[in-house]
Each structure stands twice: as structure tokens, then as C-alpha cells.
Design a binder for this molecule. Structure first.
Ligand code: ZN
Ligand code: ZN
Length: 468
């Protein structure tokens, strides 16, 4: 925030000087960045409004349909053009009851668990089983089938916090495909340590995927303190077994997960535009996702992202019609398999997009800008890096990766820019009941909007020579 205040002050001094030099000129209309710094904050209004009036909004449920109606109304009210819904059908999974207990050899006790998306049901009576412990996803992959068959697999391996969130790919494998690996080896269920960096008693949900032909098994995540408890009990059973020279007494779990598959249900992308003055210029696409997991109210994932991109587009629009069209994609279904991004690509993948950007990493400040642009856009990237530097954003050394909802576009060759957010506390909250509005810091949210506005104003007004 220090940086923003300093910049505002400099801007004030510069404005004063200008007025002194040319006191007869009419006052200049505010730039998009000035609007983002000093004007009202549509990012907060959207984040607060969506989480308060709709709340949890799992894709292809009634709640997500309500979120779409909310988005269409809000984007129209804000003055965007071509506001519309592009519906699609998708396979839909919903949570049921969920309970887990350690039932032996120690005193039975309950654990806090959340089913993973696409988990199978245990049935309403639940299942009992012996736990087999794996220190990591790799250890499970390396295990012989005989060690796993008929057991409840537990995968440990605690994720550590990092500013760039880089642990998610590595630790996340336990969730993305751990249950699939366990199912192939004959496990009856999989329970993982949450892919999260907190030590609160809140499990982190998220999608898991089974290969075609693999029968899904029940799969859930324990909160970190509950995983710690399981590990301590596991270590005791092993130590007791080793001391007595006998086989260790099995660590037993009772598990009840009753999610359901609802088959093909309707979701949809919400699209809005700032119409550019040059109809021949390719548009800039900026994305977020409208759906959220069901446990929290989806404030940091990803109401804030929709707030940030929309506020930036609004400020650019208010400052004057840009040359290029800015297209906003509020994707209807990201969490459960990027169905929204796929539907957008199916409908629009053949159109040329000048550049794609996404905000889907919480609401904490932007600290780095990454580019993946054609060589001819070097001057443009220098200009953007310079424009965001006053707000504490430094230039990264690696190419931009874009976000999930524009992933297919980028894979097909669309250039990308990432305004990387500070992810140090993102995975404390990610996909938990704790993803709620109070976790959004309005000061950092506004810094996001300022950095986005500075970037978007340049992109939307760039020439074809600068950005082909
Ligand atoms: Zn997200
Ligand atoms: Zn998410």
C-alpha cells in the first residue's frame, strides 16, 4: 500500500505542476489508473455482493444458476456490452454426508473430512477398513498392489506455503490422481492429508480424477491436524509391532461418504464486453471463474478474481473507449474439471485473441508480472512492466502460464500475461469452509485492480504493430 500512496502523491504533484503551467486548459479527465486508485471499488462490491447474495455456488447446481443470473444483472448494470450467457451441459457431482473415525486399536475418535470431487459413495452404512500409510504420492505409486489391495490408503506429505504457490503441482498429485492410483491397485478407499498449508481443523476439498475404465472409490481429505493425529496413531501401531516382534495391530478407520452423481446438468459461461473502437482489432480476453466449491462462499476462489478483472475493465471503459474489445469471461465451471474453459474454447477457439489473462489465485497483492508474447511485442511488455512497477510489481524471468479457464486458448497459441498474486496464505484457505469474505484484504484487492487496470489500459489501446 505504501507504493500506491506514494504514487498517488506523485500524481497529485504532477497534476499541480500541469495546472500551473497551463492554467487555462480544462482539467484532464482522469486516467483509468487514477480511477482505479481513487474511485469507487467495484472489485470489493462484486466480491461482497456475490458471496453475500449467492454464497457457495458449485457448478451446474441451482446455486451456480443463481450466480449466473446475479452476474448477468450486475454486468449489465455496470454498463458492459454484449452481456450474455453461453450455456453448456456437464457431468455433475454433489457432496453428501461425510464422516470418518479412527476406530482401533485406540479409543475411537472422529476426524474432520471432506469428500473429493468425483469421489464414489461408501453407501449409507459406510465402510470399515485397515489403513495403509504412504509418506507421499510417489511412495504409493511405487508400492506393490498386494500392499494396497482391500485397504484404505492414506497419503501424507504436507504442502508448505510459498509465495508463488509452487508446491501445489507437486503435493497436489496426492489429490489429483492419488485415488486413481490406489483404485487401480485394489484399495477400497483413499484418504489424503489436505492439500493445504494451514493447521486448522478444516479439510480442503478439490477435484480428483479416475481414468476411463477405473471404477471410482470413495476419496476424502482430512484436515491437517486430523492427518497429524492419524499419523501419530499409525506410528504407534508400527512401533508396538516392531517392539513385540509380531505384526503390528492394524490401524482401523470407519468412513462414510455419500456423494451423488447427478448426470448431465446445465452450467454456463457469462460473457461481457467493452466494445473497442476498431472492429478489426483482435480482442483482449480476461477471465475468472464464477463457480466455487460448496464448503465456503468462494470469496478468494474466485469471487475476488471476477471482482478484479471486472473492476479493471470498468475503469478502462470509463476512461474512454479503448481500441480493442475487452472480453470478460466469468467461467461457469472451473473447479470440477474446467468445463467452462472447454466450452469457451469450443465456441471461440477459432477466433483470434490478442492476449489472454486470468485472475484466479486469491485476493492478495500482485508481486510479479510474467509475459508470454510474440518477440515483436518486446516494447509492449517493457511498457507494461514499467507501468506496474510503481505498485510493487517486478518482472519475472519465466513465461506466463495463464489460468485454467484460458488454458486451452493459450495452449493453442494465444499470447498470455500473468499478474502473479502473493500466494503465501492462499493454500491456508483454498477449498475450505474458511474461504469467506473476511479473508479478503480491501487494500490488497485494490492493488490488484490498479495493477490490472494499468496493464489492461495498455493492452486494450495497443496497435497491431505492438501486439499482432
Ligand atoms: Zn479457482
Ligand atoms: Zn479452486
Amino acid at each position: 500500500m505504501k507504493n500506491i500512496r506514494r504514487t498517488v502523491r506523485f500524481a497529485g504533484i504532477a497534476a499541480l505542476l500541469l495546472t500551473t503551467v497551463a492554467s487555462t486548459a480544462s482539467p484532464p479527465s482522469p486516467s483509468a489508473v487514477e480511477l482505479a486508485q481513487k474511485g469507487d471499488d467495484p472489485a470489493w462490491a462484486i466480491t461482497e455482493g456475490l458471496t453475500t447474495e449467492v454464497g457457495p455456488r458449485q457448478a451446474a447446481t441451482d446455486a451456480e444458476a443463481a450466480a449466473r443470473r446475479w452476474a448477468l444483472t450486475r454486468l449489465t448494470q455496470m454498463g458492459f456490452q454484449n452481456v450474455r450467457e453461453e450455456p453448456f451441459m456437464m457431468q455433475t457431482w454433489v457432496r453428501g454426508d461425510e464422516e470418518a473415525s479412527l476406530i482401533g486399536p485406540f479409543q475411537p475418535q472422529k476426524l474432520h473430512i471432506a469428500a473429493l470431487g468425483n469421489s464414489a459413495s461408501t453407501g449409507t452404512k459406510g465402510i470399515d477398513g485397515d489403513i495403509v500409510y504412504f509418506a507421499s504420492y510417489d511412495a504409493l505409486v511405487a508400492a506393490p498392489d498386494a500392499a494396497v489391495k482391500g485397504k484404505i490408503v492414506f497419503i501424507d506429505h504436507q504442502m508448505k506455503a510459498a509465495q508463488d504457490g509452487s508446491g501445489y503441482g507437486q503435493y497436489g498429485r496426492a489429490r489429483f490422481t492419488g485415488p486413481n492410483v490406489a483404485a487401480k491397485k485394489g484399495a477400497i478407499a483413499t484418504v489424503i492429508r489436505s492439500i493445504g498449508t494451514d493447521n486448522h481443523r478444516v479439510p480442503h476439498t478439490g477435484g480428483t480424477n479416475f481414468d476411463a475404465g477405473v471404477k471410482p472409490i470413495p476419496a476424502g481429505a482430512l484436515s491437517n491436524p486430523d492427518a497429524d493425529q492419524l499419523v501419530r496413531q499409525w506410528q504407534r501401531t508400527q512401533a508396538t509391532g516392531a517392539a513385540s516382534g509380531a505384526n503390528p495391530a492394524p490401524l482401523r478407520m470407519k468412513l462414510l461418504l455419500t456423494p451423488r452423481n447427478l448426470g448431465q446438468q446445465r452450467s454456463g459461461n457469462v460473457i461481457a464486453e467493452v466494445s473497442g473502437s476498431d472492429p478489426a482489432a483482435s480482442p483482449v480476453i480476461i477471465a475468472c471463474h464464477l463457480d466455487s466449491w460448496d464448503l465456503g462462499t468462494g470469496a478468494i476462489d474466485d469471487a475476488a478474481g471476477c471482482g478484479i478483472i471486472t473492476a479493471a475493465a470498468k475503469h478502462v471503459m470509463t476512461a474512454g473507449q479503448p481500441r480493442r474489445t475487452i472480453r470478460l469471461l466469468w467461467a461457469g465451471a472451473e473447479e470440477v474439471g474446467v468445463f467452462g474453459g472447454k466450452a469457451y474454447f469450443d465456441a471461440h477457439g477459432k477466433e483470434k485473441h490478442a492476449v489472454a489473462m486470468e485472475s484466479d489465485f486469491g485476493a492478495d497483492r500482485v508481486w510479479r508480472v510474467d509475459f508470454k508474447l510474440p518477440d515483436s511485442a518486446k516494447a509492449l511488455s517493457d511498457r507494461i512492466a514499467l507501468a506496474v512497477a510503481p505498485f510493487g510489481v517486478t518482472r519475472g524471468a519465466h513465461p506466463a502460464g495463464g489460468g485454467a479457464d484460458v488454458g486451452a486458448l493459450i495452449e493453442a497459441g494465444t499470447p498470455a500475461i500473468d499478474l502473479q498474486q502473493d500466494g503465501t496464505r492462499y493454500f491456508d484457505l483454498h477449498h475450505t469452509p474458511d474461504d469467506t469474505l473476511d479473508k479478503v484484504d480491501p487494500v490488497q484487492l485494490r492493488q490488484n485492480v490498479v495493477a490490472w487496470t494499468a496493464t489492461l489500459a495498455i493492452l486494450a489501446n495497443s496497435s497491431d504493430a505492438e501486439l499482432p
